[in-house]
Design a protein around this ligand. Structure first.
Ligand SMILES: Nc1nc2c(ncn2[C@@H]2O[C@H](COP(=O)(O)OP(=O)(O)OP(=O)(O)O)[C@@H](O)[C@H]2O)c(=O)[nH]1
Length: 616
């Protein structure tokens, strides 16, 4: 699965949790709103109920007042003749019901005759209703029906708006009754409504009384709760219903009706939602962790299995390696591995330390502290590999190792460079080649030796003479050569046989070898019965001395020679001594010595002739 799709897939649970949280919080908000609405409806219902009750009580209170007025009117036949009593009762009525502006008697001619209290109502006394007066139709209707009625709102003679309740009165309780005008209760609407609402003692409602769109009175005991609608209902006062009562809830009513339930429901709902979603989120996280743990466990198990495989393979490799190490320990060759940069001996087989007389531990310590004590020129040898390891493939070198007891061991070391993991290693195989060296030396010696006499042969003579020539030339020293030839050797062979001749040559050679007096002198068999002696640094006098010494040595041999005049074997010597110079060569020296030998032969043999003397 692509990574982006996998990430999107893994985010689905979080999205669902987000949606769930949104739904739960939405439900909490909805519940809060529903409860608030219910509370508002409850407040409105209470408002309606209280308004209705209030209207009834106002109407009832008004009914009480007009009933009191009607009762006063019933006593009119008595009051007609006793004005003082009437005055008293009327004043008592206005005192009991302070909403009355005045109590008045309107005579049958519709003129106001009496009024109580008089103070404040003087303007009305003597006033006669005309047909234009708003109350006139009502009066006419009452006169016909003798039923009390309330007038519409009109302007009072005393000033200001007013209402009047007309009660018909009769002069006598006879049949038919004698109409005697009207008893009038005058109200100022504002005062009436204030008295009515004040007597009821309402403190929760804001009451607004109006008629035909004109406000009559407003009662506001508290601040208006303007977020709720108003309740309107007509107020029925006596026969009229044109006063409209508008009731609005006050803040105190709202406070009384409202509870903290919506907020609590909202808070607890949001809290519960958060807790639920958090729990689900934690559960989701735990499940994911558990899943990750299971995957990790599976990986771990797979890794363990893989490691076990590796371990088994490692054990097999170790067994193989141990076998290889055992095999190397059984090798007669010294096998060792040296790591470069830094230099350290990484491995040695058993032959290494056994051949050098150490324990493994001792040899390792010694190689670390003083490797030159084990191998002469170790530092130089390592340095040569350090600088050329990258280029050199393999090489064989002759080295000298030192045994613990001090003697040296010649070793041929085959070295191959190996690079692994940015490091160079030297794989070395050392072999004690003392026997081979000895055999080679023997061969070399044999190649330089004369088979019969054991002296150096002609080949060696040529090399040695050339070498000494160069050396003496460098040192500005003379080089001398003695050429010896056995006298009458042919007759010796002829008389005594070749076997005797060989023996004689061997004895002569031995005497020559022993007769050498100084280091660097060399006796060689030049060919047949001829010998040569190289005398480095010898001048003519030393040549003479050496030749004499050889003559005496040969004389001492006393080899019988029946064909010789002296009856013994003698030699003739040609001596030559030269200062090696650039224009000369070793052959010049040989030629001179040869010439001197020829002279010695020609002068009678058994003597020495010196070419230098000849030349001189
Ligand atoms: N037995 C024996 N004889 C040898 C050997 N080499 C050379 N001769 C002999 O040495 C003899 C040398 O003889 P010549 O060169 O004639 O000289 P000469 O008889 O010694 O006489 P002068 O040198 O003149 O004194 C020869 O007969 C060779 O055969 C050898 O290795 N063994």
């Amino acid at each position: 699965m692509p990574a982006a799709r996998q990430t999107a897939h893994s985010l689905i649970p979080e999205c669902l949790l987000g949606v769930l949280l949104a739904i739960l919080i939405g439900s909490s908000l909805w519940s809060w709103h529903a409860l608030q609405t219910a509370e508002q409806q409850q407040t409105l219902a209470r408002l309606k109920l209280e308004t209705s009750a209030l209207a009834e009580r106002i109407e009832s209170r008004f009914d009480q007042q007009i009933t009191a007025l009607e009762r006063l009117a019933e006593r009119w036949p008595v009051h007609r003749d006793t004005p003082d009593l009437w005055r008293h009762d009327a004043l008592m009525l206005t005192r009991d019901y302070s909403s009355f502006q005045a109590i008045q008697w309107l005579d049958p001619d519709l003129r106001i005759r009496w009024t109580e209290p008089l103070i404040g109502n003087e303007a009305a006394l003597g006033f006669q209703y005309s047909p234009e007066h708003p109350g006139y139709p009502v009066l006419m209707q009452i006169r016909d029906t003798l039923q009390p009625a309330l007038s519409p709102l009109f302007e009072l003679r005393q000033g200001g708006p007013g209402l009047t309740y007309y009660v018909p009165v009769v002069a006598q309780r006879s049949q038919p009754p004698v109409f005697d005008g009207f008893l009038i209760g005058v109200f100022r609407p504002q005062k009436l409504l204030a008295e009515l609402t004040g007597s009821i003692g309402n403190r929760h409602l804001i009451l607004d009384f109006s008629t035909a769109g004109e406000r009559l009175f407003i009662h506001q005991p508290d601040t208006l709760a303007d977020h709720l609608p108003a309740i309107q209902m007509p107020l029925r006062l006596a026969n009229r219903s044109d006063i409209l009562l508008t009731a609005r809830p006050s803040q105190s009513l709202v406070r009384q009706s409202q509870t903290h339930l919506p907020e609590m429901v909202l808070f607890s709902g949001v809290l519960t939602s958060l807790l639920l979603v958090s729990s689900l989120w934690l559960l989701l996280g735990s499940r994911r962790k558990a899943k990750a743990l299971r995957i990790s466990n599976r990986r771990l198990q797979s890794e363990i299995a893989h490691r076990l495989d590796i371990e088994q393979s490692l054990q097999a490799s170790q067994s193989k390696l141990q076998l290889i190490l055992d095999m190397t320990d059984h090798s007669k060759d010294a096998l060792f591995l040296i790591g470069l940069q830094p230099t350290e001996v990484i491995y040695m087989n058993r032959t290494c330390w056994v051949a050098l007389g150490y324990s493994e531990h001792e040899l390792r310590d010694l190689l670390r502290i003083a490797p030159q004590d084990v191998m002469c020129g170790y530092g130089k040898w390592i340095d040569s590999w350090q600088t050329s390891a990258a280029h050199a493939g393999a090489s064989v070198s002759q080295q000298t190792l030192r045994h613990r007891n001090g003697h040296t061991i010649p070793v041929e070391i085959s070295t191959r460079v190996l690079s692994r993991h940015c490091r160079d290693y030297l794989i070395c195989i050392g072999r004690n080649n003392a026997a081979q060296l000895e055999a080679a030396e023997q061969l070399r010696r044999q190649s330089q030796q004369d088979g019969l006499t054991g002296l150096f042969n002609r080949r060696y003579f040529d090399q040695a003479l050339a070498s000494e020539w160069r050396r003496q030339r460098r040192q500005q020293q003379p080089l001398a050569l003695l050429m010896l030839d056995v006298d009458h050797f042919k007759s010796f062979n002829d008389l005594l046989g070749h076997q005797a001749g060989d023996d004689a040559l061997r004895k002569l050679a031995s005497a020559l070898g022993q007769g050498l007096m100084r280091e660097g002198e060399c006796a060689c068999r030049y060919g047949g019965e001829e010998f040569a002696v190289i005398l480095p640094g010898a001048d003519a006098a030393e040549c003479e001395r050496a030749a004499k010494h050889l003559h005496r040595a040969i004389e001492r041999l006393q080899i019988a020679h029946p064909g010789s005049p002296l009856q013994r074997l003698t030699v003739s010597i040609g001596a030559a001594s030269l200062m090696p110079m650039a224009e000369l060569s070793p052959s010049d020296l040989i030629r001179l010595a040869d010439q001197a030998l020829y002279q010695a032969k020609s002068q009678g043999r058994n003597r020495t002739c010196h070419a230098e003397q000849e030349q001189h």
